[in-house]
Design a protein around this ligand. Structure first.
Ligand code: 5GP
Ligand code: MN
Length: 343
């Protein structure tokens, strides 16, 4: 049995809002990952099943390994369709904010969502949600927003409206936010939910292959280059760093490369507990942090790069050169020597 994580009053409030609403918009964070797209498309499929008019909005494009999901082609990419985005947000009577806790995480969509007259509902699992929604369903103890979507639909008594497409999206989001159930995944409830999703006839092995075994040749060659030439190990701090310039990514792809997942690889070295990936984008530097065990990457992200996230997976941004970002990181690292030594 599922235990009741979401409060009954929040379920009832959102149920009423859904009943009253015809035009629903679902929005998720910049550079959407598996959980962002999985939770959004799952809720989208559910609303289609119950006959609502619904759109999914994302600030920018999402990776190719998520494009096979049913509904992915209908997602509106904000930076490509500015007018449509404004119209959809302006006309909506209910907006769901999924997998983010602060408006900064949706970049240019932030002011539009803040000003929208629609009622807003947050469903998320990041710490410290900001106060911009009418109903906040925030559960950092749950490993994915996709799991929360499953719980939310079930608690409304509408399990029967989860079809196979919706179930695939939920499974995919749960899988990607737990590294295919290798971290943050000890709750027995996760496996109960998976058994329920399997009853909807999802093929979990096929989903794994579509997400993790569908790389291009360029991507694998870039990975080889990155690990051989670019990975720097700070032995005394049990830390690894990969810094990749825009030019290097272009060399392998002719455009910005697919570097998703690179940050996790150094953690497969036994002695490494903190992995950092600094990537130069066209107009900013993006930093990803991952750790094994207790090391709080979100504290490091917040203190050094004004970022945030979860204990074991977080990120931040930097406006300056790649070299400056690397220097900032290398100067900050020794300050965490004690914490790292005790992890
Ligand atoms: P990723 O490394 O996959 O881009 O991000 C991992 C996690 O870190 C995200 O799910 C999100 O919770 C958090 N995160 C990434 N970038 C930022 C950022 O710039 N600011 C904040 N506050 N959190 C971030
Ligand atoms: Mn998530």
């Amino acid at each position: 049995m599922l235990n009741k994580i979401i409060s009954e009053s929040n379920i009832q409030k959102v149920k009423k809002l859904i009943d009253k609403s015809d035009k629903i918009v679902i929005v998720t964070h910049i550079s959407p990952d598996g959980d962002a797209i999985g939770s959004s498309l799952a809720l989208y499929q559910f609303f289609l099943q119950i006959g609502k008019s619904v759109n999914v909005l994302v600030p920018n494009n999402f990776p190719g390994f998520l494009k096979w999901l049913k509904g992915a082609k209908e997602i509106v990419v904000g930076e490509w369709k500015e007018n449509l985005t404004k119209d959809l947000i302006g006309d909506a009577d209910l907006i769901f904010c999924l997998d983010f806790n602060i408006l900064k995480r949706i970049e240019q969509l932030g002011p539009l969502i803040r000003q929208a007259s629609a009622k807003k509902v947050m469903i998320d699992h990041h710490l410290d949600p900001d106060n911009f929604c009418d109903v906040v369903i925030s559960h950092p103890e749950v490993s994915s927003t996709s799991e929360l979507i499953f719980r939310f639909i079930c608690r409304m008594g509408m399990f029967e409206y989860i079809d196979k497409n919706c179930a695939e999206c939920i499974y995919m989001g749960m899988m990607t936010d737990t590294g295919a159930f290798t971290y943050n995944s000890n709750s027995p409830q996760i496996y109960y939910i998976i058994s329920e999703l399997l009853e909807k006839e999802i093929d979990k092995d096929a989903i794994y292959n579509k997400v993790y075994n569908d790389y291009s040749e360029c991507r694998i060659r870039l990975q080889g280059y990155v690990l051989y030439e670019k990975m720097k190990i700070f032995k005394e701090y049990k830390t690894s760093l990969i810094a990749l310039s825009y030019e290097e990514q272009k060399r392998f792809y002719g455009k910005r490369g697919d570097t998703e997942g690179f940050v996790n690889i150094p953690l497969s070295i036994g002695s490494i507990i903190f992995s950092v990936f600094i990537r130069e984008e066209e107009n900013k530097i993006k930093i990803s942090f991952r750790s094994k065990g207790k090391f709080p990457t979100n504290q490091f992200a917040a203190e050094v790069f004004d970022g945030g996230g979860h204990l074991n997976a977080s990120g931040g941004e930097f406006y300056g050169t790649l070299e400056e970002a690397v220097t900032l990181f290398e100067e900050a690292l020794p300050k965490y020597a004690d914490i790292l030594a005790n992890c």
